[in-house]
Every structure is written in C-alpha cells, then in structure tokens.
Ligand binder design. Structure first.
Ligand SMILES: NC(=O)c1ccc[n+]([C@@H]2O[C@H](COP(=O)([O-])OP(=O)(O)OC[C@H]3O[C@@H](n4cnc5c(N)ncnc54)[C@H](OP(=O)(O)O)[C@@H]3O)[C@@H](O)[C@H]2O)c1
Length: 289
C-alpha cells in the first residue's frame, strides 16, 4: 500500500492535494486538529484512507515520528510539503524574528520532512510547494521569497544526490492561489473599493494570470507529476497552469474522438496480426486488439 504524507493539509492547497491523492493512504499534517479531522472525514466519506498527525513542522523530531508512522502504514512513496506561512513588509523595517519565522516554517519545516522521508526505501517523490516566489522576486516579500528560493536551491541539490535512488525532487511553483494566504490581500483591496473579482484579477495580473489559481489547479499538477502524465526535470521548478475550462459538449466530442481512435487502433492491430484487410469482418479480425 502506497502512503503519502501531505503537510499543510488542514486547508488551502495541502487540503486540495490530499483530496486529489485519495487513492494512496494519506497521512495528513497540520496544527489544527479540528480541521485535519474534518479533511480526514471527507476523504473517508469518498472511500479513501487517511489519518492525521497534528504538530509543528518546525520540530524535526515530530517529522521523524510522522515518517515512522507512515512506514508502519505501508510503503512511504510520496511526501508533499505544503505547510507554509507568508508575511510581507518593507525590507528596511522587516523584523529579524519574522524573517527567522519564515525560514523556520517554510524552509526548515519542509526540509525536516524531506530528510526524514529519505529513510523510506520506497520513496519516489519529494515535492516542495515553493511557488513562483521560489524563482522570482515580489516587492515587500523579501523574507518569503528568500525562504522559497532556499527551498528551490535545496531541491536542486537534493535531486542530484538522490536521483540514483530514482527519487524525484520537485519544487512545485504555482503563482498566486485562492486560499487564506491571499485572502488578506483580497480583503485589503476590497476595503479600498474594488470588487472581489477585480481584486483577484489585480493580484493575478502580476503573474500574467487572469485570476487566482485554484488549489485544485495545484493539486492537478501534483497528481500529474506522480502519475508521470507530466514529465519533469529532476530538481527543476515546475510551474502550475490554470485548469482549462471545457464545456460539457466539447468534453463529449473529445471522448467520442478518443473512442474512435481506440477502435481504429484495435482494427489496425487486428489487421497486423491476421494479415487481413483493415475492414475484414472474419472472426479472427473481430477479436480486435
Ligand atoms: N496561496 C498562494 O498564493 C501560494 C502560491 C504559491 C505557493 N504557496 C505555498 O503553498 C503552500 C500552501 O499555501 P496555502 O495557500 O494553502 O496556505 P494556507 O491556506 O495559509 O495554509 C497553510 C497550511 O500550512 C499549515 N502550517 C502553517 N504553519 C505550520 C506549522 N508550523 N506546522 C504545521 N503546519 C503548518 C497550516 O496548518 P494549520 O492551519 O493546521 O496550522 C495550513 O494547513 C505554502 O507553502 C505556500 O507558501 C502558496
């Protein structure tokens, strides 16, 4: 049984990831027991298997205990490190203590789990929620950006070190996403008279997006990396794109088209096997595929 640890799973991006990866046994981490328990209930109600471990990611001993529990439950294959905090403010007056908090949670909190998880012989994926702040700068976000750049550097070096074990290390880099983390800025812009829609569009425009990403957009990217539907260069940042909005009609046409291609492939395989024409209706060709 494959086991996945998701930190920051009580809300936001981590919660969406946990719900998206419900085919694996999930071990969810955060500090808010009530919210974690609610996510576990939602996953179980949908037929999945999950439990939570409440604690602070800054505590390396705690990270080792979570990993030990995961290895008791089954094969620890994935660790998705989403726990994080964000604080902004001008660099000149930015408190040293806040700068350290950002590094303690965002950098050391994730590294504690990545290091501990290396004990799992079956480990396949370590993913850090670095964000675009891991690869570019944002004004008044020096501490946050620095802590995320540190994660990207760590991921790049770790990938070199563990690639011989076939472990993928991925700094996942969504732009601004619609969670509690961006809610404060939205609220501030709404307070200045902007509509909520315009406020989200304004924040997103800095990253050439029409609006904020959804936590599900990020969860989709992570699921695709795990499923190898999205190939990545080990250690290199992976951007997140918004889910395309597809109408029910267009989706049906796509399904019909895929079914037609599959049927045509089956006929070609049958023709290659029997040596008969592609349109032949004999019994051997009828057993297409
Ligand atoms: N939202 C964005 O625009 C965005 C964009 C790119 C990257 N990211 C990154 O993606 C990750 C998730 O962001 P989000 O938007 O989902 O944030 P969020 O809604 O504020 O959720 C943060 C999560 O981190 C957990 N957490 C914070 N400090 C913790 C600690 N010391 N120990 C254990 N858990 C802790 C929280 O758990 P409790 O509530 O239980 O304490 C919560 O589950 C973060 O690393 C963030 O930097 C966010």
């Amino acid at each position: 049984m494959s086991v996945t640890i998701v930190t920051g799973a009580s809300r936001g991006i981590g919660k969406a990831i946990a719900k998206r990866l419900a085919t694996s046994t999930l071990l969810l981490v955060g500090t808010n027991k009530d919210k974690l328990s609610q996510v576990v209930d939602e996953i179980k109600a949908a037929g999945g298997t999950a439990e939570f471990f409440a604690g602070d990611v800054r505590d390396a001993e705690f990270a080792r205990a979570v990993v030990a529990r995961a290895m008791q439950l089954g094969k620890l294959t994935n660790v998705i490190l989403s726990a994080g905090i964000s604080k902004g403010g001008g660099a000149d007056k930015f408190p040293d203590a806040t700068l350290r908090d950002l590094f303690d949670v965002n950098f050391f909190g994730s590294v504690n789990f990545a290091k501990a998880a290396l004990a799992s012989p079956e480990l396949q994926n370590i993913m850090f929620l670095a964000g675009t702040a891991g690869t570019r700068g944002y004004s008044s976000m020096t501490g946050y950006c620095a802590s995320k750049h540190a994660l990207v550097g760590y991921a790049r070096a770790l990938a070199q070190e563990v690639s011989k074990r076939n472990i993928r290390v991925v700094p996942v880099c969504p732009g601004p996403t619609d969670t509690d983390m961006t809610a404060g800025i939205v609220k501030m812009l709404v307070g200045k008279g902007m509509s909520e829609k315009d406020a989200k569009a304004k924040i997103a425009s800095g990253d050439n997006l029409e609006t904020l990403l959804s936590p599900d957009d990020v969860a989709d990217t992570i699921a695709r990396i795990i499923d190898e539907d999205l190939l990545v260069i080990n250690g290199e940042p992976v951007p997140v794109k918004p889910r395309p909005t597809v109408s029910a009609d267009a989706l049906q046409r796509l399904k019909d088209y895929n079914a037609m291609i599959a049927a045509s492939d089956a006929r070609l395989r049958a023709a290659a096997r029997t040596g008969h024409d592609e349109g032949c209706e004999c019994v051997a060709c009828g057993q297409a595929g």
